[in-house]
Design a protein around this ligand. Structure first.
Ligand code: X2X
Length: 361
């Protein structure tokens, strides 16, 4: 009898122990992911700019590829940073903005390595730019971004920045003397234009458009994907196509938001980013790289660009477009060399050397 009672006791003890261990076991399943109602995406420019068109395509494609689960709303014209456009990166890193299609120029005050794209007369061609973005330089920059809380998804574009003004044709550094030039908020731009003898003033894009309208500045610099939508010929008659520096646009996402996405959602978003970036890059380059980008738009995206020849388009609208001779270009390279050297030190040799290796320089 005693034996039976002990046996029953032991068995019940084992059952209780087994049950409690089972119920205390931590749940191995990941908590289920609930999408936010809306993910906010920041863009500096408006919806008609090539860059804005790319961001909208991304938002539409993400919705489609995630069966409507991820709803990205594009906030154009810098609505989300109500302040300085150079704040965009940090707002995304802190989670106030979820996604951004952002220019490296606006993010470079936080990620100093991004200034490598703003070194005067360093990159010059689309081929060099691609080699950097998909090479070592791109990897270094994405790593630096991630350390600060933003994941880079793809390289899109704003483009090589060309100079426009209302006063005169610019062929030599002396031609810039005393001209009031609106530049972006990143300090290297003030340095370059001061060095060239101009009178640069920095302001947000939205304020810049007002300044063009009111004629409070004489000139500015931006790529064709901005010059054409803003109808720059309304304000400036002269353009100098000097490809002096370039701004890539990076598709970025807050790292915490990214890490919460399930793998299939991540895959869909990454694919959408790469595709929309390819499309937008082709829009920015259409008519500037022979037939290459026009063919990508036609064959891959079924789109015929409205402006097939940006230079002719500006000329047809009354602008005088100047291309520099090799000698004239040399004079600008020479004149900006002190800024170049100073900024190589500020940016750090690591990324500058990587860029040179990528370009085979
Ligand atoms: O402000 C500009 O010039 C613009 C629109 O090109 C950027 O945001 C870098």
């Amino acid at each position: 009898m005693k034996k039976i009672v002990s046996l029953i006791l032991i068995v019940s003890l084992l059952v209780v122990l087994g049950f409690s261990t089972y119920s205390c076991k931590p749940k191995e399943e990941k908590p289920t992911w609930t999408p936010k109602e809306e993910y906010k995406l920041s863009v500096v420019v408006g919806p008609t700019f090539w860059w804005g068109l790319g961001a909208q395509k991304f938002a539409d494609d993400v919705k489609e590829k995630t069966d409507g689960k991820v709803n990205i709303k594009v906030y154009y014209g810098g609505q989300l940073f109500a302040g300085k456009q150079t704040n965009e990166f940090q707002l995304m890193a802190s989670g106030a903005i979820d996604f951004a299609w952002g220019s490296t120029i606006n993010w470079s005050p936080v990620i100093k390595e991004m200034n490598v794209f703003s070194l005067p007369f360093f990159i010059n061609t689309f081929e060099n730019l691609d080699k950097m973005e998909y090479g070592e330089t791109g990897k270094i920059i994405f790593k630096k971004m991630e350390e600060k809380g933003v994941v880079g998804l793809a390289w899109a574009e704003n483009g090589f920045r060309e100079l426009t003004n209302s006063k005169r044709e610019i062929r030599r550094p002396e031609d810039l003397k005393g001209l009031k030039i609106r530049v972006v908020g990143s300090p290297i731009f003030l340095d370059i234009f001061r060095q060239l003898g101009a009178d640069p003033t920095n302001m947000n894009w939205a304020d810049a458009v007002t300044a063009f309208q009111q004629g409070t500045v004489d000139g500015q610099e931006n790529p064709v994907g901005v010059l054409i939508p803003v109808k720059i010929w309304q304000y400036h008659k002269y353009a100098t196509f000097w490809n002096y520096l370039v701004d890539p646009v990076i598709v970025g996402v807050n790292k915490k938001i990214w890490d919460e996405f399930p793998d299939d959602i991540k895959k869909a978003i990454k694919e959408a980013a790469e595709e929309a970036a390819e499309y937008e890059k082709a829009l920015c380059r259409a008519g500037l790289d022979g037939d290459k980008s026009i063919n990508i738009l036609k064959e891959k995206f079924g789109v015929t660009p409205e402006v097939a020849d940006p230079v002719k388009y500006l000329e047809d609208n009354g602008m005088k477009v100047t291309f520099l001779t090799d000698e004239e270009r040399e004079a600008f390279i020479e004149a900006t060399k002190p800024v170049f050297d100073e900024w190589v030190d500020k940016i750090g040799k690591e990324v500058v050397e990587a860029a040179k290796r990528d370009m085979g320089k």
